[in-house]
Ligand binder design. Structure first.
Ligand SMILES: Cc1ncc(COP(=O)(O)O)c(C=O)c1O
Length: 373
């Protein structure tokens, strides 16, 4: 028996950390930086305004007092937690109101709210299908979707990012060998800033008898004239999509996840989905914060207009300066190492009053940090 087998968990963890860490982090650990330091980085203790390239606060609601007060009120009224799974412990009216409001906003029959966006994908993707079925996912899908496929008993295939010809070829070649087939894409890919070709994707899935799930984590509250997501962006009713998943941690500035779909589907999930059945209900402050944020989004359309204007301005400006914005559609920007560096410089911008930027590096295996000039 090799001595490797007798290492403690801590020794094992240290070794794994070194193995994964040395390829990307040469001199220091650039992640989990103290936010306090980032926000008071200026000399003389003066607070510095920093452009953050790392946060999801798309509608500038993270420090909105109305949302904070709604959360405080919910603590006073209900408490900081609900103490049980909603299925067995019963639920608060606020949970159902949140679900109804998001269902109406997105344009689906009903939604189901869970404590985590990440956990929502993991539990949903792993729960939906079983042995003899097939899941086909875009290769750049979020880790939570990928982990869901690993936990599922269904077979999994990936198609090249946003390449519907590749997806069509996979469906043609493999559809006949499986019972049910689920195709999973994102509504807006946060690292590339591009969207799937929904008008082509829907008939493709239909023609092959495949269900379509869209993770709208970065597109709800962002895409479309009123922020209803990628379906609104393309002028397609959300009811055309079998499953829409969203998170409350991005535009809605708190945390939690939701699943939207037809009534029969949501009823079934409410009764069987492990991440809902065996996990506590969303904490009341988060429920209240998300509802308040949704209300503000609907009542203050100028926030969304500003987001769209800023995004367009940024992508057009970056392109005009010869920076590589990849396939970005104008809602988020993929940055390669060199582009990242130059963006950092442009964040020190007297026009917008920013004195610095908060940008942890996005690294691939084999890259080093800091990046060479
Ligand atoms: C596409 C996508 N889905 C799901 C999640 C998980 O959401 P949360 O951070 O709210 O758990 C993320 C998080 O960044 C994401 O980018």
């Amino acid at each position: 028996m090799s001595s490797e087998r007798h290492t403690s968990l801590e020794q094992y963890a240290r070794r794994r950390f070194v193995l994964s860490g040395t390829s990307v982090v040469k001199d220091h650990y650039p992640y989990c930086q103290s936010m306090e330091q980032l926000s008071v980085g200026a000399p003389n203790g003066r607070a510095a305004a920093a452009v953050s390239f790392a946060h999801y606060d798309y509608l500038a609601l993270a420090s909105d007092l109305r949302i904070q007060n709604a959360a405080k009120q919910a603590i006073d009224d209900i408490g900081v937690g609900v103490g049980a799974s909603r299925l067995v412990g019963g639920e608060r009216a606020a949970h159902r109101e949140l679900e109804a409001e998001f269902a109406e906003f997105i344009g689906v029959d009903d939604t189901l709210a869970l404590v985590s966006g990440y956990g929502t994908n993991v539990t949903l993707v792993s729960h939906l299908l079983t042995k003899g079925d097939l899941i086909i996912v875009d290769e750049t899908s979020h880790n939570s979707i990928m982990v869901g496929t690993q936990l599922s008993r269904a077979a999994t295939l990936t198609f090249r990012h946003n390449d519907l010809d590749h997806l069509a070829a996979l469906l043609k070649a493999h559809r006949g060998n499986y019972g049910r087939v689920l195709v999973v894409v994102e509504g807006l890919y946060s690292m590339d800033g591009d969207v799937p070709d929904l008008p082509a994707l829907i008939p493709l899935c239909r023609n092959h008898g495949a269900w379509l799930m869209i993770d709208e984590a970065h597109s709800v509250g962002v895409l479309g004239k009123t922020g209803r997501g990628v379906t609104e962006h393309f002028g397609i009713p959300a009811s055309e999509i079998d499953l829409i998943v969203g998170t409350l941690s991005k535009a809605f500035v708190t945390c939690g996840g939701f699943i939207g779909g037809r009534q029969g589907v949501i009823d079934w999930l409410r009764f069987t989905l492990p991440g809902f059945v065996y996990s506590v209900g969303m904490p009341p402050p988060s429920v209240a914060a998300a509802r308040c944020a949704l209300g503000i989004l609907q009542n203050e359309p100028e926030r969304l207009r500003l987001l769209h204007d800023n995004s367009r301005y940024f992508v057009e400006g970056a392109r005009a300066r010869g920076l590589n914005t990849g396939t970005a559609a104008g809602a988020a920007v993929r940055r390669d190492r060199r582009t990242s560096r130059r963006l950092l410089c442009s964040a020190n911008c007297p026009d917008c009053g920013a004195e610095g930027s908060a940008t942890p590096p996005f690294l691939r295996d084999g890259w080093t940090y800091p990046a060479p000039d």
